[in-house]
Structure formats: structure tokens, C-alpha cells
Design a protein around this ligand. Structure first.
Ligand SMILES: Cc1cc2nc3c(=O)[nH]c(=O)nc-3n(C[C@H](O)[C@H](O)[C@H](O)COP(=O)(O)OP(=O)(O)OC[C@H]3O[C@@H](n4cnc5c(N)ncnc54)[C@H](O)[C@@H]3O)c2cc1C
Length: 497
């Protein structure tokens, strides 16, 4: 144990990760801590990261963020899921929605009832039994007080950082402008003592949060914790990002459109669309990727396409000595399921749960690292699933993805679902059964059998059961306004000023 008491927290970096950490710590622990955030106007943030998942709402509730003010400030729209287009095969689409599909029984999930119905010719498309799926398809949305929809947000990343900065400063966090030139380590124990800025100023602290982006200035460049590279499982290593003018009303879901050697995102905000293409440099050059994206965007570009390079994987330790890495400095899983902001949030909450006021204890550090690794490994498997289980064989990239080796843990899940229709969520992993089922079915993996408990229902009872769920979904969706109308009344943007 290191007995140094933790009073002064220094956050290096002011992107989404830095300001999320500053706002959360200042709001929830600020009275007991002295918080400084250092960022450099000369080093831009990554500037992407605009699709979220429903867990963000939990953090916002904890921080008592007013949803209307937040949405208006960040040009926010609502997100009910992700539409995966051309993933299973060209011209085949499915939606991974945030909702729950159908009704389970104690022994078997809804997919077993649906599968028997399919064999009998009485089941409709799996998603039709899920209100979020049906609302997304109908372009409808509302925040309902009872039996509401599960949703997340699309946000402008730059405006979100501004929003959080205001909150952090209101709760006492100090912003320090300046470029970090050197990380000073204690000669005896290797802990970080201070950061030297180019101006010559020295910022000392007890605990350092590395939010410096891919460079990992503290956790890697100074503390050398090492990196687990996952490129052999997730071959994409580059992205092109460009913003465009909106052509129509925003839709309530993210679009992920697969192409020859990667995929394209479309994230609709209130007044513009975030676009990008994630691709593998083994199969496409930057020029080919830019060409593909340029041909597939709608609306006038608002900036020049930007190329971002990355290596998928994670730091061997997220917390080492008195440094905790959050955001891109801790690792990166490509944005297919919009999980990075979630991982920042999890790191913040975990750190607060284990906050080392009286000195850093190694069991806390190990627990923190084990939990972050467990969560990242499960997300990694879920992302690989989208690439690996596919009927696509039209390009070298897709043939590579179909044939590549995948982690044992994923092979087991795929085989279990294929042979038995069963899916089990590992406690504390992010994606639940319904997410795995939607993606496995969507990617073309059909269970060979259903659980025999389904046979306790007669065929007529099964039909009534399925029709009943559909009617309930239809009733829920019928009462909803259009997504655009809802936003216009709920939280129109203030971003123009
Ligand atoms: C292509 C792409 C798409 C993505 N899409 C999504 C998405 O849809 N959803 C999602 O959840 N996540 C997404 N992400 C991830 C998301 O963008 C990041 O998790 C998030 O933006 C956090 O970034 P960051 O704050 O860690 O790093 P950055 O934004 O890179 O910020 C780094 C900060 O460190 C500062 N800094 C660096 N070096 C120094 C220095 N020497 N001195 C002083 N300051 C310094 C910089 O000034 C900056 O403020 C995406 C990422 C990529 C690459």
C-alpha cells in the first residue's frame, strides 16, 4: 500500500473522457477533492464519438443532468438502436434495438417460442415483437412515463465536452491551459509526482487521470504498461470522419452500412449528420476509403474528410501506480456498437467506488483492472461476432473475416446458440441476451432447435401468444409522435449561438 493521501486529482486531457471525469468527480466528490484539468488548445480532441448507448442515462441521472437542457445543448437526438445494413449480406438489413423482444418464460427465452412459430409459419420478423425496433422502423419516438422505450442519444461530441466543462467548473474543477511536456516520476516508487508544461509551470498531484487520447502520455509513454493488440480479431485500423448538412428529419437510430473493406456510420443530429467510415488498411488505402465514403454520403460536407488511425486493443493495466487511464488512452474498440463512452463512464464510476482517499491499495488496483478487462473482453467478442458470422464473401476483407480465428469465448457462444438457441449473459457484462440474439439472428445464425418447454403450448396457444405481443407493440408505437416532432417540442437545439 502507498500511504500518500489523495487530495489533489490532476486530469490530463480535455476531450470527452477528460471532461466526463472532471464533471463527475467535481459534482459527486468535489467537496473532498481538489481537481485540475490540463488541456492544450494546440492539440485537438479526436472530435468523434457521437453515438451512445442507454447506460449514459444512468450516469446523467447520477449527475442530476436535466435531459432537456442537455439535449438542446448538444444538438441531441434519440437513438433506439443501430441499423446494420449489408452486414449479413449485401442488401440484407437488421436492427439491433435497445429494447426487449417478446416475453420470456423461466426456462426459455422468447427466441425459442419465436423459433417454433417460425417452423410453423406463424412467426413474423423477430424485431416486430419489440417496441423499440418497431418505433425505430416507424421513425417515431417519445419519452414515456410508464413502460417507456429504452433509448440513448446521438450527440455533438464537441458540444458535449463544452456542456460537461461548464458543469465541472461550476462544481469547482479548475481548467489549466497548456501543453504537457514531461511527466515527472518519483525516483523511489515510480509514482507520478507532477506534469511539466511547456510554459515551465509544474502541476503536481496525488492521483493522475490520463485522458490524453490514443497517445496515452502518462499511462504508456511514462509508465509503459503495455498494450494487448486485438487487430488479428478486429482488422479495421483506420477511420475517415466528415460532417454533412442534414437533408431530412433525423431518424431515431444510428445507421451502420457495411462496404467492401469496412463500414460507414451515419449519426443524425438535430442540424447536421455525423458520417464516417471505419476500414482496414490491409485491404483499402486511405484514398479508397475516402472515395467510398465520399460516394456514400448525402448532403453537403461541412468539413474536409479527416483520417484517424487506431490500433484496436487495450492497455494491460488501466490503473497503474497513481495513474488511471480513461477513454482512448486506456484502449480502443472500434465504434460499431458505440461502446467507448460507456467504458469511460464505467471507469469513472469504478474509480469513485474504489476512491483511494487514504492511499492506493493494490487489491483495489487489481480489482479495477480485472473489472475493466472483463468488460472490454466481452464487448470485443460482441463486436467480432458482427464481422465473423456473415454470409458475405464478395470481397477479400469479408472472406478474411468469415475465416479468421475468433476467441474461444466467442466460439462457445456461437455454438451454444446455433445448436440449442440458448444465450446466457455473463453477470456484469454490458450486452444482454437480447442484444446477442438480435445480432446472431441478424447476421444469419439460426438455432437448430428450440427448448421443448415451448411444446407445453398448443400451436393455437402459441399463435395467440405471438399475436398478442405484436398487438401490444403496435399499440405502443401507434401512440408515439414522429421522432422529429417529439424533439421539436421536447428539446430544440440551442447550438446555433
Ligand atoms: C472513428 C471513431 C469513432 C468513434 N465513435 C464513437 C461513438 O460513436 N460512440 C462512442 O461512445 N465512442 C466513439 N468513439 C470513441 C470516442 O471518440 C472517445 O472515446 C472519446 O471521444 C474520448 O476521447 P478522449 O477524450 O479519450 O481523447 P481525445 O478526444 O483525443 O482527447 C485528448 C485530450 O488530451 C489533450 N492532450 C493530449 N496531449 C496533450 C498534451 N501533451 N498536453 C496537454 N493536453 C494534451 C488534448 O488536447 C485533448 O483535450 C469513436 C472513436 C473513433 C476513433
Amino acid at each position: 500500500m502507498n500511504n500518500r493521501k489523495i487530495k489533489k486529482v490532476v486530469i490530463a486531457g480535455g476531450g470527452t473522457a477528460g471532461w466526463m471525469a472532471a464533471a463527475s468527480l467535481a459534482k459527486l466528490l468535489g467537496k473532498t477533492l481538489d481537481i485540475t484539468l490540463i488541456e492544450s488548445d494546440d492539440i485537438p480532441t479526436v472530435g468523434v464519438g457521437e453515438a451512445t448507448i442507454p447506460t449514459l442515462i444512468t450516469l446523467h441521472q447520477l449527475l442530476k443532468i436535466n435531459e432537456k437542457e442537455f439535449l438542446a445543448a448538444v444538438q441531441g437526438t434519440f437513438k433506439l438502436g443501430i441499423s446494420f445494413e449489408n452486414w449479413r449480406d449485401v442488401n440484407q438489413d437488421y436492427i439491433h434495438s435497445f429494447g426487449w423482444t417478446g416475453k420470456d418464460c423461466w426456462a426459455a427465452g422468447f427466441q425459442h417460442f419465436w423459433k417454433k412459430g417460425l417452423d410453423l409459419g406463424i412467426s413474423e420478423e423477430f424485431g416486430k415483437y419489440c417496441p423499440e425496433w418497431a418505433a425505430a422502423k416507424a421513425n417515431k419516438f417519445a419519452v414515456l412515463s410508464r413502460e417507456g422505450l429504452n433509448y440513448a442519444y446521438h450527440i455533438d461530441a464537441g458540444l458535449y465536452a463544452k456542456f460537461l466543462r461548464k458543469m465541472a467548473e461550476e462544481h469547482g474543477a479548475q481548467r489549466q491551459e497548456g501543453k504537457i511536456k514531461r511527466v515527472n516520476l518519483n525516483a523511489d516508487d515510480g509514482y507520478i509526482e507532477s506534469l511539466l508544461l511547456e510554459s515551465g509551470q509544474v502541476i503536481d498531484g496525488d492521483l493522475f487521470i490520463d485522458c490524453t487520447g490514443f497517445r496515452g502520455l502518462l499511462i504508456e509513454q511514462a509508465l509503459h504498461v503495455g498494450y494487448d493488440d486485438w487487430s488479428h480479431w478486429l482488422p479495421c485500423d483506420g477511420a475517415i470522419a466528415v460532417q454533412t448538412e442534414s437533408l431530412g428529419e433525423p431518424i431515431p437510430y444510428t445507421r451502420s452500412i457495411a462496404h467492401g473493406a469496412g463500414w460507414q456510420w451515419r449519426i443524425p443530429l438535430q442540424e447536421r449528420v455525423g458520417n464516417g467510415l471505419v476500414f482496414s488498411s490491409k485491404f483499402w488505402s486511405d484514398d479508397q476509403a475516402i472515395d467510398c465514403l465520399t460516394k456514400n454520403i448525402e448532403g453537403k460536407p461541412l468539413n474536409d474528410p479527416r483520417v484517424i488511425k487506431f490500433k484496436t486493443g487495450q492497455r494491460r493495466k488501466h490503473w497503474h501506480k497513481n495513474c488511471v487511464a480513461m477513454g482512448l488512452s486506456s484502449g480502443f474498440i472500434e465504434p460499431l456498437e458505440s461502446t467507448s463512452i460507456h467504458l469511460i463512464q464505467r471507469a469513472i464510476v469504478r474509480l469513485m467506488q474504489m476512491f483511494p482517499y487514504d492511499g492506493i491499495r493494490q487489491p483495489d488496483v487489481e480489482e479495477f483492472n480485472a473489472q475493466m478487462k472483463f468488460e472490454s473482453d466481452n464487448i470485443r467478442d460482441f463486436i467480432i461476432l458482427h464481422y465473423h458470422v456473415t454470409d458475405r464473401s464478395d470481397t477479400e476483407f469479408w472472406r478474411h473475416c468469415r475465416n479468421m480465428e475468433v476467441p474461444e469465448s466467442l466460439t462457445h457462444r456461437i455454438e451454444l446458440f446455433k445448436q440449442t438457441g440458448r444465450v446466457f449473459k455473463v453477470p456484469t457484462e454490458l450486452f444482454g441476451e437480447n442484444s446477442w440474439i438480435q445480432v446472431m439472428l441478424g447476421q444469419g445464425l439460426m438455432p437448430e432447435q428450440y427448448h421443448p418447454i415451448v411444446n407445453m403450448m398448443s400451436d393455437a396457444e402459441l399463435k395467440d401468444f405471438l399475436v398478442g405481443i405484436r398487438s401490444q407493440v403496435d399499440r405502443t408505437v401507434a401512440q408515439l409522435p414522429s421522432h422529429a416532432d417529439f424533439i421539436r417540442h421536447f428539446a430544440p437545439t440551442m447550438a446555433r449561438d
